[in-house]
Write a protein that binds this ligand. Structure first.
Ligand code: SAM
Length: 299
């Protein structure tokens, strides 16, 4: 148990300590909200209940994990906000990033009205963030979410259940398109935020990422493009003609990716979209020559 006064003092000291360690003081409040149930308004107004159930010692132990072991606050509290949803996260899944939120709007724009009833796939679903946002935004579509990680799929399914969206999404464990043989030539929209960081750069990432997030969600092989090459090569058998091919990429990959898509010969209208920081973050193309032979008019 902690009294209101103790809690107020702990918060003030810990926020100051956070600042001096280049951690946002907002993270202290995030932790407090999650473990005490205090609202952002109560914290902002310094209005605490007479007692909260967690002791200062327990709070300090949790915060020390943040500071000393550099555990991301999202893993400490077990959740993160993303777009308009709250997602459960654990060290088995990548913490969905704010910049990825934009991929949903890009997909919706690219697909337009034509594919509202189509099959949409989220390859490498992780926490399920993209698939869940799509299930909300395109309720008439059939959403398929794939990941090769059992841990990730279990969190994604848990998130779907918590949001009441489990009946809108089909989940599959497997490698990229391989569990989707029944959808050859039928997919209208392929979205993926695959691992794209070159292996050699992984150790340079901040400790929160390098030491705590799953390597399999980050490591894109020697040049970071291993998964994306695979998606370029395999998508034309699964995405029908005119269907959308959309992936997230990292800074500096657009030029090579453009060449890979052109060389493949099955893509048209290839372009790159910047994120809010001005980085070419998303690669968008349409399948022009589906190897399945499926045509839009085939239904
Ligand atoms: C960068 S994370 C993206 C997670 C989530 N879509 C997001 O945007 O937050 C990449 C995901 O791809 C999954 N993945 C890696 N290799 C895979 C493969 N061969 N087949 C399917 N999924 C894979 C990882 O497990 C991880 O969940």
């Amino acid at each position: 148990m902690s009294s209101a006064q103790e809690l107020a003092r702990w918060r003030e000291q810990t926020r100051q300590q956070a600042l001096s360690q280049s951690i946002s003081p907002e993270e202290v409040d995030w932790l407090l909200q999650a473990v005490t149930g205090l609202t952002p308004l109560q914290l902002r107004l310094n209005q605490y209940p007479p007692e909260v159930a967690i002791s200062l010692q327990q709070l300090t132990q949790l915060w020390e994990k943040r500071v000393n072991q550099r555990v991301p606050v999202q893993y400490l509290v077990g959740e993160t906000p993303w777009r308009d949803i709250n997602l459960t996260v654990s060290p088995g899944v990548l913490i969905p990033r704010p910049e990825t939120e934009q991929i949903i709007d890009i997909a919706l724009d690219a697909a337009g009205e034509a594919f509202q009833n189509g099959h949409w796939v989220d390859l490498g679903t992780g926490s399920g963030a993209i698939a869940l946002a799509l299930a909300k935004a395109v309720p008439d579509a059939t959403i398929h979410a794939v990941d090769n990680s059992e841990d990730a799929l279990s969190i994604a399914q848990q998130n779907a259940q918590q949001l009441g969206l489990e009946s809108n999404i089909h989940f599959y464990q497997g490698c990229w398109f391989s569990p989707l043989a029944h959808l050859q030539g039928k997919i209208s929209v392929m979205i993926s935020n695959p691992p794209y960081i070159p292996s050699g750069m992984l150790k340079e990432l901040q400790p929160e990422v390098a030491q705590h997030e799953p390597q399999s969600a980050l490591d894109g092989g020697e040049d970071g493009l291993a998964a994306i090459r695979h998606l370029i090569a395999t998508a034309p058998a699964f995405v029908h003609e005119g269907g959308v091919w959309l992936t997230e990429i990292m800074k500096g990959q657009a030029e090579t990716l453009y060449q890979l898509l052109v060389e493949n010969g099955n893509y048209t209208q290839i372009h790159f979209i910047q994120d809010f920081a001005g980085i070419e973050r998303f690669a968008l193309a349409y399948v022009s020559n589906s190897s399945s032979g499926f045509k839009m008019d085939d239904g």
